[in-house]
Ligand binder design. Structure first.
Ligand code: GCU
Length: 679
């Protein structure tokens, strides 16, 4: 940990590294086409100096005349050394992109703009940290997604909705916080390519409604300026009912003239007071939050009204599609929460104005360890759309249990929607490749908080790191990202790398094995969402049922059930509709099946439940053994902190195993073939 700071620097630790011939390439630096006084350039330069000093013990210097004919001699005059040439290349490289090449001792960074330069410097620092030579580099890096955003669910009292890493570092006791940590957050986010951050929780209540008022402008503007220096646009979540709560008209009807004129004045004030403001995120008509439905208006009416008014300032409205009936009757088997997003948004496809983006959760339910991909992604073909994932581990172990989520995000990105003859994956759709839109991308619910290590579990930082890297370069593999993160955070020692990467890569499957089976989801403790409670949500209003009885379990979403399968393009719809063709990991998401149903493995469904739950616990035990083998190879405080979390994970896994197995044994009356302990 940095001595003066109470928090770590995660993957920007910059501890000493082997040189690999890189020092010579970054010792002298020349800039051309960039204003060195630009805040992003100043920050990028400060970062390069900090990183190179820390890792290689060299202080880079500005050398104005650097060219390939002008290779600089080092002090002794015997050895040739080169330098780094930074050039602006406005054409031929996409915004925020860069090309890095090395020839004859000159490393050349051609950057499209300031952000491209910043990302290029972080690229160089990453290679140094990973002890990879920059010699013979020849690489073009351009972001796949125009928007790469973190969504913070931070509340103004300092708490964080679904936060598992302490309190907020943006807010405390109704005040906005701005300090060194704000900058470190921006550095970390920018280092992985994040270019937007929403500061406050999507559930905007009480004081948070006032963020768009004089009360908070100064402090929010300070954060916005810090972010600006790292290429990060600031966004705020809006309370749709703000006019009523802030003393405006007694309505939030999007077609009401008084309401429109109130918002018009409000935005003119807010954009004047907060620089670098990208726009707003809105959760409307969802889980008790107000919205246009209250006034008999559509989601498009609501979104377009706001969008038109922020347009003169270059602002955008990101409108969430998490709209469903949360007061359902569990006896009603026809209403299906999974259908809701599509049912609420598909009809108005094409009606949303061009500065509206619909933000869609990866699955139709709610960030479960396994669920189908939302049919809205690629279902909408004439609307800007953005993928929302959850890096905060609400349903995936709460940063106690290890769960590296990048493989899950990759699966979603690689999913073929069949919305067009070729470029049809979710990655294609949200990057704009499919429909040619410019406003799209990926957003993640953040897992950070004011814990010293930012993410509660040291290993959970891999999800923060990985999300950013993946959003910038969706073709990176989960394993490559894991390797980078381990190398930068811990060390490049082979054993450390192999072991930690192995732990990360297996963790999602392990978590899935000991929790709810085959895509059914839920079975969690109500409200907290940690630990098992098989029937916790079974007789509730939330629409999250497993429908188990003594014969079988699963939700019938086929043609003969809720009909949800028809929200997909073919051939996905038919594939999911058929028990034989449905991918097995999603079998119970789509079908209600008897416990004796035979799986492709030759096991019955019930035997699969028993086996996977025993395996899950065994795998956690193995994870602990692997982790123990690293003692002495990684910092002791990190070893201890993670070790303690693994102990809690093991306890959790055993609870899940025993409760799930016993529940289904009692329901089905079918004994485990292997006669293991089931209660
Ligand atoms: C989940 C989560 C809530 C959150 C909501 C959302 O339901 O449990 O805390 O507000 O998602 O995404 O808006």
């Amino acid at each position: 940990m940095d001595k003066e700071k109470k928090w770590t620097q995660l993957w920007l630790t910059y501890s000493p590294r082997q040189d690999m011939g890189n020092g010579e390439l970054v010792k002298y630096v020349s800039f051309s086409g960039f204003d060195r006084k630009h805040p992003i350039i100043e920050n990028a330069w400060a970062e390069l100096v900090k990183g190179v000093e820390g890792m290689l013990g060299i202080t880079p210097d500005i050398y104005e005349e650097l060219s390939s004919d002008d290779i600089i001699s080092s002090e002794g005059g015997t050895q040739l050394c080169g330098g780094l040439k930074v050039l602006r290349q406005a054409q031929g490289i996409k915004p925020e992109g860069y090309r890095l090449t090395e020839k004859d001792g000159i490393l050349t960074l051609n950057a499209a703009d300031e952000k491209g330069l910043l990302y290029g410097f972080f690229h160089i620092l990453r290679q140094i940290a990973l002890e990879k030579t920059l010699r013979n580099t020849d690489i073009l890096c351009e972001p796949d997604n125009p928007l790469r955003m973190m969504n913070h669910w931070d509340n103004m009292d300092g708490s964080i909705e679904r936060g598992y890493s302490g309190n907020s570092f943006f807010f405390d006791k109704g005040e906005v916080l701005v300090d060194e940590r704000t900058r470190d957050y921006a550095r970390l986010a920018a280092s992985v390519g994040i270019n937007g951050a929403v500061l406050n929780n999507v559930n905007v209540k009480d004081q948070a409604t006032w963020l768009i008022t004089e009360r908070y402008f100064d402090k929010v503007a300070e954060i916005a300026r810090i972010f600006e220096g790292y290429g990060i646009k600031l966004f705020l979540s809006l309370n749709y009912a703000a006019p009523l709560e802030l003393g405006g008209p007694d309505s939030a009807d999007p077609l009401n003239e008084d309401v429109i004129s109130w918002w018009k004045d409000k935005f003119s004030e807010v954009f004047a007071k907060i620089p670098n403001l990208g726009g707003f995120l809105v959760k409307a008509d969802s889980e008790g939050r107000p919205g246009p439905f209250t006034y008999g208006r559509t989601q498009a009416d609501g979104a377009n009204m706001l969008a038109d008014l922020v347009k003169p300032y270059g602002g955008i409205i990101i409108w969430r599609c998490f709209v469903y009936n949360c007061t359902q009757d569990w006896r009603d088997t026809k209403t299906d929460r999974a259908r809701a997003g599509y049912d609420n948004f598909i009809e108005m496809d094409g009606d949303y104005h061009d500065n509206v983006i619909l933000q869609i959760k990866n699955g139709p339910m709610d960030f479960q360890i396994r669920e189908a991909v939302s049919p809205l992604l690629g279902g909408l073909t004439r609307t800007n759309q953005m993928l929302e994932v959850q890096v905060a581990q609400e349903y995936t172990g709460q940063q106690i249990d290890l769960c590296y989520l990048i493989p899950l995000f990759k699966e979603v990105l690689d999913f073929r929607t069949y919305c067009s003859p070729d470029t049809d994956t979710v990655a294609d759709v949200v990057s704009g490749r499919t429909f040619g839109n410019k406003l799209c991308g990926m957003a993640a619910v953040s897992n950070t908080g004011n814990d010293a290590n930012w993410t509660g579990n040291d290993l959970a930082a891999a999800n923060f790191y990985g999300f950013g890297r993946l959003a910038y370069a969706t073709s990176l593999s989960s394993e490559e990202i894991a390797q980078e993160w381990v190398g930068m955070t811990y060390s490049n020692d082979r054993e450390v790398k192999e072991t930690v990467v192995r732990l990360l890569m297996g963790s999602r499957n392990t978590y899935e094995k000991y929790t709810s089976p085959l895509g059914i989801g839920w079975m969690v403790t109500p409200n907290t969402h940690y630990g098992p409670s098989v029937d916790g949500y079974e007789y509730s209003r939330w629409g999250t049922y497993h429908r188990a009885d003594h014969m079988g379990l699963g939700v019938d979403r086929t043609d003969s059930g809720t009909g949800y399968v028809r929200q997909y393009h073919e051939p996905n719809a038919s594939r999911y509709n058929s028990v034989e063709e449905c991918p097995e990991e999603l079998l119970l998401f789509f079908h209600h099946l008897p416990y004796t149903h035979m799986l492709k493995s030759g096991k019955t469904l019930i035997q699969h439940i028993y086996d996977s739950h025993f395996e899950g616990v065994e795998e956690v035990e193995e994870m602990i053994r692997l982790w123990d083998g690293l003692r002495g190879c990684i910092p002791e405080d990190s070893y201890q902190l993670v070790r303690e979390r693994f102990e809690r994970q093991l306890y959790n896994a055993k609870e899940w195993r025993d409760q799930v197995n016993s529940y289904f044994y009692r329901k089905s009356g079918i004994v485990d073939e292997k006669n293991r302990a089931i209660f």
